[in-house]
Design a protein. Structure first.
Length: 281
């Protein structure tokens, strides 16, 4: 996403929404440990009012709404209207009455000050064009003593779910050098980088925690490459430039490179995220 404008980022996620909705169950299972860590770090209790920023097609909002039962509530927001629509569609099936949906940017959250007990974001902050103002907005919407909690990917070398693909693709297509501050999956992988942003927002009692977990789902090695391509606008764009023969060669190479992460129809990759917290004074 290097060099992309706010509009480019929104458009990319609008295009990705249908695929994230298609792979909803897989994604929910893959990132469930991050949800659990966010819930623990935000100290979410049954009667809480929670804000989910960049909630995509509904996670972790829907999981948290279920946990809150009917005593608390959550608002699921996202920049891409198509993501919000996908989240609302899923909730129609689930019938949860304590989750609300709103299409908005993290940089301008249309909520009153102090409205929520906590504001969380799973795998969203690295795409915000102005993460300091997003952290300020999240902090503004929580009550004094309330927490903001953001989960972002840790270093690529600890995340072979991404790294294996990037390494192989780099041999087929030349990638422009990455701007470490441009929106992208690993923009906050360096320890302390997102923490410094949360500190700049005025949060107190800030902290950073490394979560090592496993990305797991019922998926075979042959299903990995199609999933990865569909989830990523960058990969969708890159693969559209290849011939059918080149694509077949890449798929064979990647499927064989990841084979060790699959056993009995189940995928299991080691993974690392960084979880940053801050409290409203
Ligand atoms: C990797 S997805 C994560 C979605 C979801 N939280 C999850 O973990 O499954 C990143 C999400 O961030 C959203 N996003 C990107 N920039 C945003 C912004 N400036 N404000 C709000 N949401 C944004 C995208 O639309 C996308 O849905």
């Amino acid at each position: 996403m290097s060099g992309q404008t706010f509009e480019d980022i929104r458009e990319a996620w609008r295009q990705s929404a249908a695929y994230w909705e298609k792979h909803r169950e897989t994604i929910q299972s893959m990132f469930q440990p991050i949800t659990a860590a966010l819930i623990a770090a935000a100290r979410i209790r049954p009667e809480n009012r929670i804000l989910d920023v960049a909630g995509g097609p509904g996670e972790p909002s829907l999981t948290i709404a279920r946990d809150l039962a009917n005593s608390g509530s959550i608002v699921c927001t996202d920049l891409a209207g198509e993501m919000v629509a996908a989240a609302a569609r899923e909730n129609k099936k689930l019938g949860l009455k304590n989750v609300y949906f709103c299409q908005c940017s993290a940089q301008s959250l249309p909520f009153l000050d102090c409205l929520f007990d906590a504001a969380i974001s799973r795998l969203g902050a690295m795409f915000f064009p102005d993460p300091v103002s997003a952290a300020c907005q999240m902090l503004r919407t929580v009550r004094p003593g309330g927490k903001i909690v953001l989960a972002v990917w840790g270093e690529r070398s600890f995340n072979p779910f991404f790294g294996v693909v990037t390494d192989i693709m780099s041999r087929y297509v030349e990638a422009a050098p990455e701007d470490p501050d441009a929106p992208g999956a690993f923009r906050f992988a360096e320890p302390g980088k997102l923490l410094s942003i949360v500190k700049q927002s005025g949060a107190i009692r800030t902290g950073e925690e490394v979560l090592d977990f496993r990305i797991e789902s019922d998926l075979s090695a042959s299903q990995f490459w199609p999933l990865r391509v569909e989830m990523s606008d960058t990969l969708r764009e890159k693969t559209s430039r290849f011939t059918v023969q080149q694509l077949a060669a890449i798929e064979t190479e990647i499927t064989s490179a990841v084979a060790g992460f699959f056993k009995n129809g189940r995928m299991s990759f080691p993974a690392r995220v960084i979880i940053v917290t801050g409290t409203r004074p």
